[in-house]
Design a protein around this ligand. Structure first.
Ligand code: AMP
Ligand code: MG
Length: 420
């Protein structure tokens, strides 16, 4: 009997103990990146989802004056009897934008509307539902606190304080907050320019008929969506054949026009050798095997001043490696403050196949069952099955050391979509 040569021994699918852990690859990429330079000054209505380039310091207190949080009656707390009712004269009315200009003396109160400045001398607002108002007088029961229902000047934002920090991704609330400060324009970082193309002789653009063994190029479309969400300017260089000269021309063109270049395909075993030769001529590129599924091969480096990400060709791998590595890198280039994606522990309702030794990003559906959020896989988890990404609303992130998961075990999930 002849011995089986090592090379012919069946290895567990795609497993190699020397693969790089996901966290190490992520750290490596982020640590060597610095934000690109360049900012622009824009009106507040144009800065949604842009990255703030400098701290915004509050030029004023917000609110600018102590004001009422309720419709009711402003009074001096000391005028109220500790036990039993008190009747006060109504001296006038304070409206939002139309303060009561008199002085509410002892035994007087002022009818007050929400947002109206607190009249001089008053230190308490009683909501109108707790007041008996008749013939210009207000009768109030015991039990009220000094200071109640008063919004203090500066309690929202204090003059001179940092209202919004550089690096912040500007949200709808921030537009309102800037307006509340009277700020009409802010300095934001320029948009990142990201060049993309797909590689593969089998690829056919949308709109052309497929020949034998050909597939439509879908990766560029997913990448467009991913990059649009991050507010990047996309330079779409289309399709590039598996040909060294064409690849070299496309890469150097892309790198000269963009802050980052993202390609898909051509980095798996075999193909990587050919891509590697081209890269060696153009820049510094590392080829990594990452201990993850899907998305194991990944090329990362620099071509000129551009960051290069050579993603695997499988449509799910493209999206997973984008979310897990490229996203972090682009946020860093955009000057965004570090924001790890949230991971939540939930119960998984089905068993999951998983081999120890690599992090898996399975596609999951989070749903509400009898008042509890639970997760189930989308079904077939092949890296070519893009419909699994479409059906999913989260990744089920299974740690490197973990083995198979039994139904009912707790797993961590990373939702794709937030509240819009
Ligand atoms: P590769 O990484 O180039 O070996 O490609 C792996 C698999 O992904 C193959 O089945 C390719 O046909 C497929 N693929 C590569 N690029 C694309 C693309 N742009 N759109 C759709 N499928 C692709
Ligand atoms: Mg290919």
């Amino acid at each position: 009997m002849t011995q089986t040569p090592d090379i012919l021994r069946i290895r567990p699918d795609d497993y190699d103990p020397d693969d790089m852990p996901v966290e190490r690859a992520r750290q490596f990429i982020v640590e060597r990146l610095a934000p690109v330079s360049g900012t622009e000054r824009l009106p507040v209505l144009s800065v949604l989802d842009r990255v703030l380039a400098a701290d915004v310091v509050s030029p004023m207190d917000v609110p600018g004056h102590d004001n009422s949080a309720m419709d009711g009656y402003a009074l001096r707390h000391a005028d109220l009897a500790a036990n039993g009712a008190t009747t006060l004269e109504v001296a006038g009315t304070a409206y939002a934008g139309q303060p009561f200009s008199g002085l509410a003396g002892r035994g007087h109160c002022v009818r007050i509307m929400t947002g109206a400045p607190i009249p001089t001398g008053c230190d308490c607002v009683v909501m109108q539902e707790n007041v008996l108002a008749e013939n210009g007088r207000a009768t109030i029961g015991p039990g009220h606190q000094a200071g109640q229902n008063i919004r203090r000047a500066g309690e929202d934002l204090a003059k001179g304080g940092v209202a919004l920090s550089a690096g912040r991704l500007l949200r709808p609330s921030d537009l309102g907050l800037l307006a509340s400060l009277g700020v009409g324009e802010v300095e934001v970082r320029r948009r990142l320019r990201v060049a993309i193309f797909s590689t593969g002789d089998e690829l056919v653009p949308v709109g052309q008929a497929l020949g034998d063994g050909q597939v439509h190029d879908s990766n560029r479309y997913s990448l467009h969506g991913l990059l649009a969400r991050l507010g990047c300017e996309v330079i779409d260089l289309g399709l590039v054949r598996d040909d060294p000269a064409a690849l070299e021309a496309a890469l150097s063109d892309a790198a000269s026009r963009a802050d980052a270049v993202i390609t898909s395909g051509g980095v798996s075993v075999g193909e990587a050798d050919f891509t590697r030769d081209v890269m060696a001529r153009l820049g510094t590129v590392l080829f990594w095997k990452i201990a993850m599924k899907p998305g194991r091969p990944l090329a990362y480096g620099e071509i000129g001043t551009a960051q290069f990400f050579g993603l695997p060709g499988n449509p799910v791998s493209v999206m997973v490696t984008f979310y897990q590595f490229v996203r972090d890198a682009l946020l860093r280039l955009q000057g965004r403050s570090a924001e790890p994606l949230p991971l939540f522990a939930v119960r998984c309702t089905s068993p999951l196949k998983k081999a120890p030794g690599r992090t898996e990003f399975q596609r999951g559906i989070l749903s509400l069952q009898d008042g509890e959020w639970v997760v189930a896989p989308t079904g077939e988890q092949g890296s070519g099955i893009l419909s699994s990404m479409s059906r999913a609303n989260c990744f089920i992130v299974l740690e490197q050391a973990r083995g198979r998961v039994a139904a009912g075990e707790t797993v961590r999930v990373q939702p794709f979509e937030g509240i819009v």
